[in-house]
Write a protein that binds this ligand. Sequence first.
Ligand code: MF3
Ligand code: CO
Length: 248
Amino acid sequence: MILLKSSREIAKMEVANRIVAEILAEVREHIRPGVETRELDEVAEQGCRRRQVKPAFKGYRGYPASLCVSVNEEVVHGIPGSRIIKAGDLVSLDFGVLADGYYGDAAVTVPVGEVTPEARLLLQATEESLYAAIDQVKPGERLSNLSHATQKVVEGYGFAVIRQFVGHGIGRSLHEDPQLPNFGPPGRGPVLKVGMTLAIEPMTSAGSWEVLILPDGWTAVTADGSLAAHFEHSVAVTEKGALILSKI
Ligand code: MF3
Ligand code: CO
């Protein structure tokens, strides 16, 4: 069931998502060669404590950290730990909070120093595909138009869309209906209505779309070891189109 939010609820979601965006920006500042990914988790934790909000991912289905840090071939759900960031890496940060009863969720992939031309293009394609999906948000349109727009951009660059993970509704729960795949034909799925709130999150690979889960039970890596990227915004459907909630 897709839960529509009132403008009062959307205002709260805007607060939660702005906090997510602020903390992601703080974490991003700490990315440099030599940093362990667990230090980035500490920055996110501290950001939550300072604002007295709850990290959304910690304990979610047993996830052990506040932040997901996925490096290079890691697509999503990388557990922060002793991995050391080096120049040339692509670091995906995925983060959420619970604030005043509502969730925020966003992700960004950050290049560390000089990265390869392929890596730069992958970032460009993935971020562009997120905005292409956001551009499709309008009351009366069908949900799969977002999926199709994402796929078209990513594959237009010669890259692949990860199929095993999807975007989602968000609100009083981190994951609500509907599921939002990042590929598929247009014109399908539920009709968008004012008050729907969606986390749109294209995940891409420079090679094959197939992923494996590491023995830690969480980290998803590309099956062929190719580079991956992930960008995510939470948005609300308004009369005028998408309101991006997770923007600074
Ligand atoms: N942005 C991801 C999602 O919406 C983050 C979930 S990570 C988890 O699914 F650790 F909480 F599972
Ligand atoms: Co999400």
